[in-house]
Design a protein around this ligand. Structure first.
Ligand code: PMP
Length: 307
């Protein structure tokens, strides 16, 4: 029996595929029913890393880039991978093929170990834990525009590591939600770093401006794609931080992430922003969408014959 179709998914003859599936060190089941051990260091310390991407037609977008960043975050946290990269890729693809719908959100995290609580790494050899979740995903409308609010960036100096320590991001996102905004913009003394779960960009006089890579921001994969596409399209790119004031004065303001794609902002702290270079922004949004559609047009090798 294929363990990825097991547990809770059985219906009459054969199997029904789940919509949301969880995986923990090889065990799978309906996501809502999955349990992890209390001694997983993710629970005590947030001692782990994660990745997330959008899946279309059972294929995760930009999987290799996400695996590259996973390796980089793991190196920075001195976190051993639970298995070879190739095996992780295989498990991820299998899980994407194990759900009912082709369009999903794929999330995975790796935590350091399961061990009695003690801050330093467990003594001797230990193995890390692999968690995977796949759940239905509905793409946000790219032709809509969204309100933002600013919040001081109170995070630490390791924002380039995609760790599961996200409390300041959670608080910022909650502030945004309470203000009826889509996203919170982190700033350090007025200088914008990034969003609570997105990278921030502006267009001014035809130039795309975004914060440079540093330990203050996550090296967003969508950000990297966007910069490559802009350069290919002849749109000048300046990797230089901008201020909240410059955001207010920009021709367009937008934010990117693997799930939000490339979203236009229309207000910051209650004041209207952007709306003055829609043409360039639309070109970028369309180029990104084309790339996404093209790169997810193949076939997941683990898709069963039953479909
Ligand atoms: N910054 C932060 C803090 C994020 O959490 C995310 C989304 N994971 C991003 C930026 C965007 O990164 P990506 O384009 O790789 O999804």
């Amino acid at each position: 029996m294929d363990r990825h179709k097991a547990k809770g998914a059985r219906k009459g003859i054969g199997y029904a595929f789940m919509k949301s599936i969880g995986y923990y060190n090889g065990e799978t089941g309906p996501l809502e029913e999955m349990r992890v051990p209390m001694n997983d260091r993710a629970c005590y310390f947030g001692d782990g890393i994660y990745e997330a991407t959008t899946v279309r037609s059972f294929l995760p977008f930009a999987l290799e880039e996400h695996l590259d960043r996973m390796e980089s975050s793991a190196r920075l946290l001195r976190l051993p991978l639970p298995m070879e990269r190739e095996k992780i890729r295989e498990e991820l693809l299998r899980m994407c093929a194990s759900v009912e719908q082709g369009d999903s959100q794929l999330y995975w995290q790796i935590s350091r170990a399961t061990a009695m609580r003690s801050h330093a790494f467990p003594k001797g050899e230990y193995s890390s834990n692999l968690w995977i979740t796949v759940r239905p995903f509905r793409m946000r409308k790219v032709d809509e525009s969204y309100a933002l609010c600013s919040v001081p960036d109170t995070r630490y100096l390791h924002c380039n590591i995609k760790t599961i320590n996200l409390v300041p991001n959670v608080l910022a996102a909650q502030t945004a939600a309470e203000k009826g905004c889509e996203e919170a913009v982190f700033h350090r003394d007025g200088v914008v770093t990034e969003g609570s779960h997105t990278n921030m960009h502006i267009l001014k006089d035809g130039v795309l401006r975004t914060a440079p890579l540093s330990n203050w921001i996550l090296p967003g994969i969508t950000r990297a794609h966007l910069l490559t596409l802009a350069r290919e399209m002849g749109i000048p790119v300046r990797e230089e931080a901008f201020t909240l004031q410059e955001m207010q004065e920009a021709d367009e303001v937008f934010f990117t992430s693997s799930s939000a794609f490339c979203c236009r902002a229309c207000a910051l702290d209650g004041r209207p922003i952007g709306g003055r270079d829609e043409k360039t922004l639309k070109r970028l949004q369309e180029a990104y969408m084309q790339k996404f559609l093209k790169e997810t047009s193949g076939k997941n090798p683990y898709l069963g014959e039953s479909r």
